[in-house]
Write a protein that binds this ligand. Structure first.
Ligand code: SF4
Length: 99
């Protein structure tokens, strides 16, 4: 019987489950215009929130059907349950000043 290297995990991000799949996600994110993406600080805060959420399952949000590592990278996106919100350019600039 063959063994798979893929793990399955509730409240895990793709990064923690499949290196190959994560590479595809990172490649996709790299092609998005930087102006549309959140800062690393905001991205990490969003993902930390998702990791505590009961709707996260194997990297997917069961509330919206998105890979949270993709959804969380866009400024305009928000959590369907408002656990994290869309941010403006000014929000991100203010965050950078306070960091
Ligand atoms: S986007 Fe919202 S509902 Fe979905 S996993 Fe993240 S925190 Fe939970």
């Amino acid at each position: 019987m063959s063994q798979s290297s893929t793990r399955f995990c509730k409240r895990c991000l793709v990064e923690e489950i499949s290196a190959e799949h994560y590479k595809h996600i990172q490649s996709y994110i790299a092609k998005i215009d930087d102006e549309l993406k959140v800062t690393d600080i905001t991205y990490q805060k969003r993902l930390d929130t998702c990791k505590e959420c009961k709707h996260l399952h194997e990297g997917l949000c069961r509330a919206c059907g998105c890979y949270v590592e993709l959804r969380a990278v866009m400024k305009r996106n928000r959590c369907p349950y408002s656990k994290w919100l869309a941010v403006s350019d000014q929000d991100e600039a203010d965050l950078a000043l306070s960091a």
